[in-house]
Write a protein that binds this ligand. Structure first.
Ligand SMILES: Nc1ncnc2c1ncn2[C@@H]1O[C@H](COP(=O)(O)OP(=O)(O)OP(=O)(O)O)[C@@H](O)[C@H]1O
Ligand SMILES: [Mg+2]
Length: 384
């Protein structure tokens, strides 16, 4: 059997949600987790997702994912095999021992070395996921789409996430300063300069990632079994960045911030900036805004978008990302499902899928393994 081009060859969980202790040796590229509702399938996917920057596919608070009945501390470790290098990565969290102490950040280890934050994981392992909670991505709040967009951008440019959080930190500082009527305008100007610099970098990275993805979609749309997505970014920063050189865009946004201090003070927040941008998605073949499409159409569009994202990442980085597909296969008819599996095989990276029924994963083909999940334990059902 071929080793995965990029993927986990071992995964260990300690006191993570309903897993007291789990050690999985993995040889397959396409991994299907099968088990009853509440068995621990999504928990396992979530644990894998925490091997990337951020809070994982549920956006969970670290103090809530420790196993109930345990100490609250948890750990996830993995060996990652790529085409060029292998790494041992791990992450974990321990509750504060003192009352009133600030909550701990999670610990991140890469090849035995402690990292400052989870950002470095983005350089080791790229990951793309699709979960049932994302079914409302197109019709739901813009913030969800912006986070989806920023994760997508961070796949192409792993430093993007820290720029976004850096911008938000400075923006919060400016908001606080604005709330104080005696605020120092020099200090405000310096915060606004820092916001402008980061905003332009964020806008440029978003524009570039959307352009890259759009190019890939344009090339592959004739052959795809899922509807292709038409993407557009709406946001004042993205608009400025595409209309003028970065230094001028920075000046423009800085001026805008200085001019809107009064309005921002009244609103209690910054009214313009990359934190207000949105990703607009249309169903390409129907030329219809995604949010106006049927539930099934939106789902198919989203699957197509996520697959395109994974393929574009492979083109740019030379390695397919890890793909986590929670409850995706069961919602597809047989033909679409087989088309999905074919596309996943062609992608060549490691894919983790979940489902309640074994039959859904018939036809996964060579390089696949079906794992049975029950009450926080995992065993191999069969391998091809
Ligand atoms: N911190 C925790 N400690 C112990 N158990 C937990 C914790 N958090 C969640 N669980 C439990 O873990 C179990 C498995 O959850 P999970 O979401 O992984 O199920 P699933 O296999 O994906 O089920 P479904 O098919 O319904 O999606 C649930 O019963 C849930 O209540
Ligand atoms: Mg689940």
């Amino acid at each position: 059997m071929n080793p995965p081009s990029l993927g986990l060859v071992r995964l260990t969980l300690t006191d993570y949600r309903n897993y007291a202790g789990l050690r999985l040796d993995l040889k397959a590229r396409l991994i299907a987790l099968v088990g009853a509702n509440g068995a621990g399938k999504t928990n396992l996917l979530e644990a894998v997702s925490l091997l990337s920057p951020g809070r994982g596919l549920r956006g969970a608070a670290f103090e809530t994912v420790g196993r109930l009945g345990g100490s609250g501390a948890w750990a996830i470790a993995a060996e990652v095999e790529g085409t060029t290098a292998s790494h041992a990565i791990g992450t974990g969290w321990t509750p504060s021992t003192e009352d009133g102490e600030a909550p701990q950040a999670r610990m991140v280890l890469i090849d035995g070395r402690a990292q400052k934050g989870s950002g470095a994981l983005g350089h080791v392992l790229r990951m793309v996921w699709l979960t049932p909670a994302m079914d409302r991505l197109f019709a739901g709040p813009a913030g969800d789409r912006r986070r989806f967009l920023d994760r997508l951008v961070a796949g192409f440019d792993p430093d993007h996430a820290s720029r976004v959080s850096g911008f938000e930190r400075v923006m919060r500082e400016r908001n606080l300063l604005l709330a104080d009527v005696t605020s120092d305008s020099h200090w405000l100007s310096s915060l606004e300069a820092s916001m402008a610099e980061q905003a332009v970098a964020i806008g440029a990275a978003r524009n570039e990632a959307v352009a890259t993805l759009t190019r890939h979609i344009d090339q592959s749309r004739a052959t795809t079994s899922f509807p292709w997505a038409q993407l557009a970014l709406s946001g004042d920063i993205e608009g400025l960045v595409s209309a003028m050189p970065a230094v001028r865009a920075e000046d423009e946004y800085r001026r805008l911030l200085a001019d809107s201090r009064k309005a921002d003070r009244q609103a209690g927040r910054s009214l313009s900036g990359p934190h207000r941008s949105d990703l607009q998605v249309s169903h390409g073949p129907k030329a219809m805004a995604a949010e106006l499409c049927s539930t099934g159409e939106q789902k198919a569009l989203l699957i197509g978008l996520v697959l395109a994202q994974a393929e574009a990442l492979r083109e740019v980085t030379g390695e397919a990302p890890l793909l986590l597909l929670d409850e995706v296969a069961a919602h597809l008819d047989r033909a679409r499902r087989q088309a999905l599996y074919e596309r996943l095989r062609a992608l060549g990276g490691q894919v983790w899928m979940t489902g309640t029924d074994r039959e859904v994963f018939d036809g996964l083909g060579e390089g696949s393994a079906v794992l049975d999940v029950a009450a926080g334990r995992v065993s191999e059902m069969d391998r091809q």
